[in-house]
Design a protein around this ligand. Structure first.
Ligand code: ADP
Length: 465
């Protein structure tokens, strides 16, 4: 049988409370009994001693012997206290005997005590016991007294009342604790199960493909808080991927539309004989095909890099050597355009995916090359802190307007579409750069001013996590 978390929690609280109340009741009764027994025993001993002392004091040596009136008073009050006195002198003659004085009261008292003990213990093995004490006067034996009572110990009515009051208090406290546990259990169970129910609802929504729902309440229970955050994060990631997928299809269709339409019209014009398929026209068609091909490859690369599970093959390598290498590959292009490139080589080790960081550098440098006029210059700087490496690629080219700047990392974004078509830009280069940097848990920033230049700053963690 599957029980809900709420039922299970409430039941456990009640069970714990029940066990506690039972344990407290059992232990307190057990120890109370023990303590009480030894208290009653020591009380009995004290009563015996004080009775013997009082009896002893009634002896008078100046010919009068025992004071009978006082002895009777002592005997009667001892009887009320549960003690049956039998006093004999040194010759063995009975001076005072409670049984002879009031036999009925003695047996009534003993049977009452027996009843008291039977009410408390099922099988109490007790009965009448006697203790003998010698009596002396000036170091001379003057007789002995036997004190009889119900032994080994007994509880008076007051004692029994005390025990029963204590048990009633325990019962009330127990019932209160039980009720409190029940209420607290129900409250805690509600607090735990409500957010979990919401997480289940949200997870079901996600399973059905609806990623829009979020769990607004953040629980202060650590694990539930983490679960909520994880489910919210999952919904966000899936929603992001879904949007990415939808946009990518729309963007790709849109991007391919123009070059394909151009290509189609050119070829149709040649088929219809409107245009002669001369070398120039075929060359222009070929260029369009190359552009489409590059676009498709870029899209494919971007889709791979943007997917959450982009696999990085991290190795330790010298980043400055890599920059040196790549700028070397661009040397001819920079020289052709009359652009200066400045980079001071120093050793800077990093743990990262070398191929993908090369891609970042290639994209940034080819942009700098594309968007810097003849005679311009490009500066590459490399800095490192204890756990991070930062490099910047700065040009003094055409720059980017402040309206366009926030969008440069978006897919297919081009600041100036017509000019970009001329330079062959598809607006994917920086999206790829961003995807790679994100996968490395790094960051990329851009500063730019039209007609002054642009600077891209990349910060990467130095070591693998
Ligand atoms: P593209 O392939 O069009 O260069 P990118 O994603 O690399 O695509 O860049 C997006 C846009 O950002 C570019 O079209 C361009 O307008 C702008 N841009 C990127 N780098 C520079 C730069 N160094 N100087 C000026 N504009 C730049």
């Amino acid at each position: 049988m599957k029980l809900s978390l709420r039922t299970k929690l409430s039941l456990s609280y009640v069970l714990v409370a029940l066990l506690l109340v039972a344990a407290i009741s059992f232990l307190s009764n057990f120890f109370l009994d023990k303590q009480f027994q030894s208290y009653v025993l020591s009380q009995q001993e004290q009563k015996n001693k004080s009775t013997v002392t009082r009896i002893n004091q009634q002896y008078n040596d100046n010919g009068k012997g025992w004071n009978g009136v006082n002895l009777e008073n002592i005997g009667e009050s001892a009887l009320e206290d549960g003690i049956i006195i039998k006093l004999k002198d040194s010759t063995g003659k009975t001076i005072w005997d409670a049984r002879l004085h009031n036999k009925g009261l003695c047996s009534k008292m003993l049977s009452h005590m027996e009843e008291n003990m039977a009410s408390r213990y099922n099988d109490f093995k007790g009965g009448y016991v006697e203790k003998e004490y010698p009596l002396t006067y000036n170091a001379r034996e003057i007789g002995n007294v036997k004190l009889g009572y119900y032994g080994p110990f007994y509880f008076t009515d007051d004692d029994l009342d005390f025990i029963s009051t204590l048990n009633s208090i325990l019962l009330v406290v127990g019932a209160g604790a039980l009720l409190f546990a029940l209420l607290l259990g129900a409250y805690m169970a509600r607090r735990l199960s409500n957010p979990i129910s919401r997480v289940i609802k949200s997870a079901n929504q996600i399973a059905k493909g609806d990623f829009s729902g979020r769990i607004p309440e953040i629980s202060n229970t650590k694990e539930i808080g983490e679960l909520t955050t994880t489910i919210n994060g999952l919904a966000e990631t899936l929603e992001g991927q879904e949007t990415l997928r939808k946009h990518l299809s729309a963007d790709v269709a849109h991007e391919l539309n123009t070059p394909l339409a151009t290509l189609q019209s050119h070829i149709e014009a040649m088929i219809d004989g409107i245009w002669k398929p001369d070398k120039q026209r075929l060359k222009s068609c070929h260029e369009e095909v190359i552009r489409i091909n590059k676009l498709v490859k870029d899209i494919e690369k971007l889709a791979r890099y943007e997917s959450e599970n982009l696999n990085l093959h991290k190795t330790d390598f010298d980043l400055s050597a890599l920059i040196q290498n790549i700028t070397g590959n661009f040397e001819a292009d920079f020289a052709n355009k009359g652009i200066n490139i400045n980079f001071t080589d120093r050793k800077h080790k990093i743990n990262a995916d070398k191929d993908k960081i090369s891609q970042v550098l290639v994209n940034l440098l080819s942009n700098a090359l594309k968007y810097t006029e003849k005679g311009g210059s490009i500066d590459i700087e490399l800095k490192e802190t204890t756990d991070k490496i930062a490099f910047s690629v700065k040009d003094n080219g055409i720059g980017i307007s402040s309206e366009d700047l926030p969008h440069v990392f978006e897919r297919f974004f081009r600041a100036d579409k017509s000019r970009n078509r001329m330079t062959g830009g598809s607006g994917i280069g920086l999206s790829i750069v961003k995807a790679i940097i994100d996968a490395h848990k790094g960051s990329i920033d851009v500063n730019s001013e039209p007609a002054k230049g642009t600077e891209f700053i990349v910060i990467l963690p130095k070591h693998a996590e």
